[in-house]
Design a protein around this ligand. Structure first.
Ligand SMILES: CC(C)(COP(=O)(O)OP(=O)(O)OC[C@H]1O[C@@H](n2cnc3c(N)ncnc32)[C@H](O)[C@@H]1OP(=O)(O)O)[C@@H](O)C(=O)NCCC(=O)NCCSC(=O)C[C@H](O)C(=O)O
Ligand code: MG
Length: 298
């Protein structure tokens, strides 16, 4: 199941045709990376980008989660993209503009035939009106699904709405995808923020994404990684509180009680479930960051 404690606070896109970016990503504190073969790569550069990305995945990115966004299977490049990375050991293959459960099942079958290792997940870009209206059936299409990534730029284009910083015109679409993802135990990442000169607007969009329930934000530039990491990480006070209520509730259970009051607040099992999730996430972030530090000083 994908909605685990794996950190996904910051997930950075980079064009597969940009060798410098693919290399630079090994030094960046992003929890995850999306090596793109789709919209960030011009048609003439598709073949070279595919080879670059296959070689980059082979070299590895430490503990960072690595997704490869392939072109759609209905394009001249999609099948070759899938063939090049299916067995590469990347964490996930991200499908663009998914509009049906059949597409997911078709990729699942091809991945099995191409020798994809069991842990390699299928991820879906949710970025068209039809895809979002079918979010629930897509989310339930395969046990191989890992998560959804919101494609708010394509969605704004198709809806003819404004791509405002806080995405009010797209809020229904974001909500439908969140409901579908959580109903099926999937991870879900928020869309990109396009104005690289607006740091305050970016932080506000991250905070909104966190409050809506996203696991993290997809990014287009390294300078936004630190802010996303900060917003989507459980705060120190939150982790301390979580540990306290886990302990207090366990003590209460030993005494045969299902609820306990801590600092005047009622704590029930549902609060403990959430507290455990936050503590596990904080611990996973600490492991990932320690690994990055060790790699830096090696
Ligand atoms: C936007 C950019 C084209 C800007 O690139 P650049 O001019 O090189 O920026 P800087 O000079 O400020 O870069 C500073 C250093 O950082 C490295 N860098 C920059 N961007 C990245 C990156 N994305 N990943 C890794 N490294 C990066 C530069 O190489 C510089 O390093 P150094 O050489 O050491 O100085 C560029 O940021 C970019 O291409 N961004 C990603 C664009 C992209 O992938 N777009 C597609 C995904 S968004 C999308 O499709 C969403 C969805 O589908 C939807 O519909 O919403
Ligand atoms: Mg898109």
């Amino acid at each position: 199941m994908a909605a685990t404690a794996r950190p996904r606070r910051s997930v950075l896109y980079m064009p597969g045709s940009n060798s410098r970016a693919l290399e630079k990503a090994r030094t960046l504190a992003a929890d995850g990376l999306i090596l793109d073969l789709e919209d960030a790569v011009a048609p003439d550069a598709k073949a070279e980008a595919r080879a670059n990305v296959a070689a980059a995945v082979d070299q590895g990115y430490g503990r960072r989660e690595v997704l490869v966004r392939i072109n759609g299977l209905n394009t001249p490049w999609g099948y070759a993209d899938l063939e090049a990375v299916a067995a590469s050991g990347c964490d996930g293959i991200l499908l663009p503009k998914v509009e049906s459960a059949d597409t997911v099942r078709q990729v699942e079958t091809l991945m099995a035939a191409m020798g994809a290792p069991e842990p390699t997940r299928i991820w879906c870009m949710m970025e068209t009106p039809l895809g979002i209206l079918r979010a629930e059936e897509i989310a339930g299409a395969s046990a191989r699904l890992g998560g959804f990534v919101m494609g708010t730029s394509d969605l704004a284009k198709d809806l003819h709405c404004h791509h405002t910083p806080l995405r009010l015109p797209m809020i229904t679409g974001l909500g439908l995808c969140l409901l579908a993802a959580r109903a099926h135990g999937l991870a879900i990442l928020d869309g990109v923020f396009l104005d690289l000169s607006d740091a305050d607007g970016f932080a506000a969009a991250c905070q909104q994404g966190l409050e809506l329930g996203f696991d993290g934000k997809t990014l287009i530039h390294p300078k936004t990684i630190a802010a996303a990491n900060e917003v989507f990480a459980p705060g120190e006070a939150e982790v301390t509180w979580s540990r306290r209520i886990i302990e207090a509730h366990a003590e209460a259970e030993k005494a045969g009680q299902g609820v306990v009051v801590v600092d005047g607040k009622l704590v029930e099992n549902l609060h403990v479930v959430n507290a455990r999730r936050l503590v596990a996430l904080a611990e996973a972030i600490a492991v990932l960051e320690a690994d990055m530090l060790a790699a830096e000083s090696a």
